[in-house]
Write a protein that binds this ligand. Sequence first.
Ligand code: ATP
Length: 272
Amino acid sequence: MLDQTTNRDAPPVILEVSGLNKIYQASNGPVEALRSVDLTVRKGEFICLLGASGCGKSTLLRIIAGFEQATQGSVGVYGCEVRGPGPDRGMVFQDYALFPWLTVRQNIGFGPSHRRVAPQEVDKLTDRFMAMVGLTAFADRYPHQLSGGMKQRVAIARVLANDADILLMDEPFGALDALTRAALQEELIDIWRTTKLTVIFVTHSVEEAVLLADRVVVMSSSPGRIDQDVEIELPRPRDVASVEFNRLRRAITQQLTSHVGAGRKVAATADS
Ligand SMILES: Nc1ncnc2c1ncn2[C@@H]1O[C@H](COP(=O)(O)OP(=O)(O)OP(=O)(O)O)[C@@H](O)[C@H]1O
C-alpha cells in the first residue's frame, strides 16, 4: 500500500476503498467474493487490478462504480461515500454496451445531451472525442457496422464526453484480436496522458498489466483479497521484450501462481 504520510509531493488520493467485504447470496449458499479490501488511488494514476478468474476483480470494480453494494466497508470518491453510480466515474465494459439504435455521434453525445448541455456544446464535445479516438469518418455509422476495436473506441469516447474523472475498465480489450488490442492499449495510454484521467483497469493478463499500469494490484481468490501492490517504474513507452519488463512479468506471474496448488495453472495469463 502507498504510505500517504511520506508522499507529500504526490497527487492527492481521490479514491479510497476501506475494509470492503462482499458476500453474494447465491442459490447454493453464500459466496465470499471480497474480504478486507483496502485500496487508495491517487489522481491521475493508472491502476491495473490483476488476478485469476473469480478472484473478485469485477466485483470490486462494480462496487467502486456504484453498481453493486458492499456487504461491509466503504468506497469514498473525493471524500464522499459512494452510494450509487455517479458522473465522476465512467465504466467501459468488455462487451461495449453501446446503444445499438444510436450512431457513433449519438452514442458519444448521449451523456452530455442527457445532462442538458447546450446542443452546440454537445457537438463540440462529440467532435473532440470522436477525433481523439480516430472515429470522425465513422460518425454516422451504427454499432453493428463497426469492428470490435471501433466499438470499444466509441465506449471510451462516451465516458470521456461524460466528463468522468475516473475511468473504470472491465477487461475492455479481452474480446479483441491481438493486433487491435495492442493498438488500443497504445491509444489508451495516449488518451490517459492527454486527459490526465485516473484509470482502474481490470485484466487477467500479466503482460497487459505491466505494459499499462503505474501500479499493479494483484488479487488472490477464495475469498478475493489484495495480495500485492506493485509499483511499475518502467519508462514509457514500454518495451515488452526488455529484460526489466520480463523480470517484472515473471515476478508477478510467480506471485499469482503461488496461490494455487503445485502444478495447477491459474486462469490469469502471462502473455495474452
Ligand atoms: N451476482 C452474483 N451472485 C453470486 N455470486 C457471484 C455474483 N457475481 C459474482 N459472483 C461470484 O463472486 C466471485 C467473484 O466474481 P467476479 O466476477 O468479481 O470475479 P472476477 O475476478 O472478475 O472473474 P473473471 O476474471 O472471470 O471475470 C466468483 O466466485 C463469482 O462466481
